[in-house]
Design a protein around this ligand. Structure first.
Ligand SMILES: C[S@@+](CC[C@H](N)C(=O)[O-])C[C@H]1O[C@@H](n2cnc3c(N)ncnc32)[C@H](O)[C@@H]1O
Length: 319
């Protein structure tokens, strides 16, 4: 018997460490950087003034997948601001040796990328796309916590974990008659991110919700993906299991670690505020070639179908 949290952690690590294609049409899901380079370029454009203000900034990406966002961010600075590009270092913190190999191939043209096993002290920006949703969650309903037995069946036992109780109290979730997911691992990594940032920013892009939206998910948000389909039976075969990110918790606990919220918005509004992204949309709609039409549809996916589900949180530390 193990807690759902321990089950999910094992499942996620098994999934990401296994040498099988996960991304794109050959794999299980698309992420925004996998859809089009315009996503990484928009992130680069957004971060540009903040990085300029930091002298010799370091970018530290958590869970970099195939390394496409890193490639697109670095390519953007190389062409748009070579002086800044010369000063930047790009670090990647990644749990999957299989993906590290992929990242090394994609990024071999950049000698400024390094892989780190812990979060070093930096002045710069810690950033991630679809990283927090892979961190394991405790699943709670009322005074009970979800466990999984040896036969892969759900068992509800009385809630013993004092940190989970404290989280429910602090977030005002006590007594809610619905499944609530408690990601203590998210709080722990947030503390490590803040500890790593001497001075700088933390950018999170992920699908998630705030406390006010919790009633929309009476059965919780945990899902398993395989071959672009949501699977009901997450307890069986190997698949990607994830839980939506509780952004209220990241903002609330961030205060304990000196992280101030600068911006929280939907991915749609975020992308629509980036001039380069809008210009690209406009250019592609005028161009009209089959390739342009295809790219336009990918950019629209980021804005429309992903646009409201995905959120952007930007926090500052020591500034
Ligand atoms: C859903 S993928 C997102 C990949 C990439 N950011 C993208 O948007 O395409 C999650 C990434 O986080 C990594 N990851 C998962 N758990 C991790 C952990 N505990 N520590 C570091 N990386 C982790 C995975 O190996 C993978 O690279």
């Amino acid at each position: 018997m193990k807690s759902f949290r321990d089950f999910m952690e094992e499942k996620v690590l098994e999934y990401y460490r296994s040498p099988r294609e996960k991304f794109s049409s050959k794999g299980d899901f698309f992420t925004a950087p996998e859809l089009d380079r315009a996503f990484g370029e928009a992130i680069a454009e957004f971060l540009h003034p903040y990085l300029k203000s930091l002298g010799n900034p370091v970018l530290l990406e958590l869970g970099a997948g195939r390394g496409l966002m890193a490639r697109d961010i670095l390519s953007y600075y190389r062409s748009e601001d070579p002086e800044l590009f010369g000063k930047i270092r790009y670090l990647i913190y990644e749990v999957s040796p299989y993906l590290i190999e992929k990242q090394k191939k994609v990024l071999e043209g950049f000698d400024k990328v390094e892989w780190v096993e812990d979060l070093p002290r930096i002045e710069g920006v810690v950033l991630s796309n679809e990283f927090f949703d892979t961190l394991p969650v405790h699943v709670v309903k009322g005074d009970r916590e979800l466990y999984i037995n040896e036969r892969g069946e759900e068992v509800w036992l009385s809630l013993q974990n004092e940190r989970v109780r404290e989280f429910l109290r602090r977030m005002g979730y006590e007594g809610l008659d619905q499944r609530v997911e408690v990601c203590l691992d998210c709080i722990d990594i947030l503390e490590r991110i803040a500890g790593a940032l001497v001075r700088g920013y933390h950018l999170v892009v992920d699908y998630g919700y705030t406390s006010e939206e919790l009633p929309k998910f009476p059965e919780g948000t945990v899902v398993g993906y395989k071959r672009h389909t949501v699977r009901g039976d997450i307890y069986g075969e190997e698949m990607d299991v994830s839980a939506q990110v509780n952004f209220s918790a990241l903002m609330e606990y961030g205060k304990d670690f000196g992280l101030k919220t600068v911006l929280y918005d939907t991915q749609r509004n975020f992308l629509a505020s980036i001039p380069g992204f809008l210009t690209k949309l406009e250019e592609l709609s005028f161009e009209g070639s089959p390739e342009a039409v295809e790219r336009l549809s990918r950019l629209k996916t980021m804005l429309i179908s992903m646009g409201d589900r995905f959120k952007v949180l930007f926090q500052s530390k020591g500034l």
